[in-house]
Design a protein. Structure first.
Length: 317
């Protein structure tokens, strides 16, 4: 089962299911993040095409475009607050079991987009149609519009709030964030507990940045939220998004908590479960926490780290 994940702002999302004659479960998930509605319809062996209708509050968001792929062609009809989207496979010789383009929206204000999904239907190469009945879910969160405090003496910018910081765009163009006045002076950014995500371009112009302190409540950090070439220190908790961001982007990571390197489940001992978790990271199956998992100290996550953990569990090291 796919799970509908709804982030940033309050809207109605949908997880739509039905069982085909072969008792296969089809599902359509609509996942809204950073003004992008990710669409995933799957569960059928060979999808040829389909359609769905999106309705929304036009006073809050404006439809922009379907993000097409080489695999799918689209026909779009738009009226005020309503978009009818038809899609079909681009190459009759191809076959796919899922449809996953995205839909972009422009932010007009930070109110409730109030999305609804209607008339979802897919059809196969035989022409058989499979309508999907919406099962609506609603997220009560809203865009996090943080409060900002700046201490000139230490050049520290503190960002406080609840939820994910949105992308700041207008008519498809990135616009300055509310804290952009401090971009040329701030040396440290501190995010308060309660912030759950940091979006693209939020702090891109902060060229004096030396340190970023990130709480464990942050679950998502865009690769492009901070200056890519700026060499700053990431201060945060192990086995969280802060560590993953630092390791993936070549930043110095300084933990706020004590961590037994290799103790992935953080229960204070070395076990086979920790070794398995490291092997899953090495295989690319799970998020790689290189600082916490590099038990061998060679700067990488691999089977050697898992072996070190197993030896420690057996008191051989």
């Amino acid at each position: 089962m796919l799970v509908v994940a709804i982030m940033c702002t309050c809207f109605s999302g949908a997880s739509l299911t039905m069982a085909s004659e072969e008792n296969k479960e089809m599902e359509a998930s609509f996942i809204f993040s950073d003004l992008e509605l990710k669409v995933l319809i799957d569960g059928m062996d060979h999808i040829k095409g389909g359609s769905y209708v999106l309705t929304y509050n036009p006073d809050v968001v404006a439809y922009s475009a379907v993000v097409s792929t080489d695999m799918w062609t689209h026909s779009v009809q738009q009226s005020n607050g309503r978009v009818e989207i038809e899609f079909e496979i681009a190459d009759d010789n191809s076959s796919f079991s899922s449809y996953d383009p995205s839909v972009l929206f422009e932010c007009i204000s930070n109110g409730t987009p109030d999305f609804q999904v209607e008339e979802v239907c897919v059809y196969d190469f035989s022409g058989d149609e499979y309508p999907l009945t919406p099962k609506m879910t609603t997220d009560s969160s809203i865009f996090c519009i943080p409060s900002v405090a700046y201490e000139e003496e230490t050049a520290t910018l503190t960002i406080s709030g609840e939820g994910k910081i949105p992308v700041f765009r207008k008519q498809g163009v990135f616009v300055p964030a509310p804290w952009s006045d401090y971009a040329s002076t701030a040396k440290k950014i501190v995010f308060s507990d309660g912030i759950t995500g940091i979006s693209a371009m939020n702090f891109d112009g902060f060229t004096m940045l030396e340190q970023v302190e990130i709480p464990s409540s942050v679950e998502q950090i865009s690769k492009f939220c901070f200056p890519e070439k700026q060499n700053f220190e990431v201060i945060g908790y192990t086995l969280t998004a802060a560590e993953a961001y630092a390791m993936e982007n070549g930043k110095i990571f300084s933990p706020l908590n004590e961590q037994m390197i290799g103790d992935i489940n953080q229960n204070g001992s070395y076990e086979a479960e920790d070794a398995l978790a490291i092997l899953r990271m090495a295989a690319g199956l799970d998020t790689v926490y290189r600082y916490s998992a590099d038990a061998s100290g060679d700067g990488a996550v691999n089977a050697e780290d898992a072996l070190v953990v197993l030896k420690k569990a057996a008191n051989l090291l």
